[in-house]
Write a protein that binds this ligand. Structure first.
Ligand code: EPU
Length: 321
């Protein structure tokens, strides 16, 4: 049921959240707000605060496990805030620059020399990576195959072996939990492994700095990374990405979480339709109608197995609501 009232942006009551995650698991929420612009997001956030509600923020749902059943309160989705564009020199980094929202990202601004993109939080990671490739700008190709939205990618410093999000972030626009807008330059931030370290602030968008390069070479690197990734990970199946963070190499003899789980015989373990991927030990895939309780129980089983067999206490990377 779509409705404008009583919220200052589009809103859906009793919205199903499971289909909005990549693992397709989870229940519903009383209100789902859908701001279409960062400013509208701020207004929606403040409207929640005025009602003493603490909203949760849903991006691409790529690294998220949502509980079964109905949640009361509010979730704000960045789904409609999906723009990526070149900042216009005359308007500075005006986040509403380049007037026409449907203008192609490859449209040249008046300053051809600056390889910069503004990406709103709801822009898809694959779309952003493609846009940079089409412009012949290097720096994002290592993120090929990373699902989700830019907001989550910046907040958790998404990435892997070939690169991570903060390699290219020049500044980030965030909203503090108290509802204050802040533009934080890169130097004021200290991102680390799988963590943007933004202290609970919500990412509304980022300015990204790339490097002009040969487009064919970028394409070729992406092709190669993607084929290596598809060979090692269940990329076409429904999952939340890696479940556990890689442990400190000193504690695990340099073994990744996936390798540890594999060595301990965890691949193929299942609870209901939730299965530890036979392809990569650090993925749990939803092979049918898995529920959140199935996934959670399987995570606990895997954690115990690895701790008993190897002494390493794995920590989850996936966020849980
Ligand atoms: N391995 C096994 N068995 C397995 C899984 C892995 O033997 O079941 C071995 C691999 O053969 C390889 C080593 O373990 O020698 C490391 O595996 P992989 O290259 O797949 O990398 P990873 O450390 O498991 C990390 C990121 C991934 C990212 C890849 C590729 C983490 C927790 N994971 O995985 O990110 O896609 O590198 O760059 O940092 C995610 O964050 O959700 C994610 C999937």
């Amino acid at each position: 049921m779509a409705s404008q009232a009583p919220w200052p942006c589009a809103a859906i009551s009793e919205a199903e959240l499971g289909p909005r995650t990549t693992i397709k698991v989870g229940g519903s929420v009383e209100w789902l707000l859908e701001p279409a612009h960062p400013d509208e997001f701020v207004t929606a956030w403040r409207a929640c605060l005025e009602r003493d509600l603490a909203p949760l923020v849903l991006g691409g749902g790529a690294n998220l496990l949502i509980a079964d059943g109905r949640r009361s309160g509010v979730v704000i989705t960045t789904e409609r805030m999906s723009r990526v564009f070149r900042p216009n020199r005359n308007e500075g980094r005006d986040w509403t620059a380049n007037g026409d929202p449907s203008a192609p990202v490859s449209q040249r601004s008046d300053d051809d020399s600056a390889p910069e993109l503004v990406a709103w939080a709801g822009a898809s990671m694959p779309g952003l990576v493609r846009a940079a490739r089409e412009l012949g700008w290097s720096g994002l190709e290592g993120l090929v195959g990373v699902p989700g939205h830019v907001g989550g990618g910046v907040a958790m410093n998404a990435g892997g072996r070939w690169g991570e999000m903060w390699d290219v972030v020049q500044s980030v626009r965030v909203l503090t939990p108290e509802g204050e807008l802040e533009d934080r330059p890169r130097d004021a931030c200290s991102p680390s492994y799988r963590n943007g370290n933004l202290g609970g602030a919500v990412v509304l968008g980022a300015v990204l700095r790339l490097e002009p390069a040969n487009r064919l070479e970028i394409k070729e690197r992406m092709r190669q990374y993607l084929s290596e990734k598809s060979a090692a990970q269940p990329v076409t199946e429904r999952s939340s990405g890696c479940i556990f963070k890689n442990p400190d190499p000193e504690q695990s003899d340099g073994r990744s979480a996936g390798k540890l789980i594999d060595d301990c015989g965890g691949k193929g373990l299942s609870v209901g339709d939730a299965v530890v991927s036979p392809k990569h030990g650090n993925f749990i895939v939803n092979t049918g109608r898995a529920r959140a309780t199935d996934v959670l129980e399987l995570i606990e089983r895997v954690r115990r197995l690895v701790e008993d067999e190897s002494g390493v206490a794995l920590q989850t990377e996936v966020r849980m609501w």
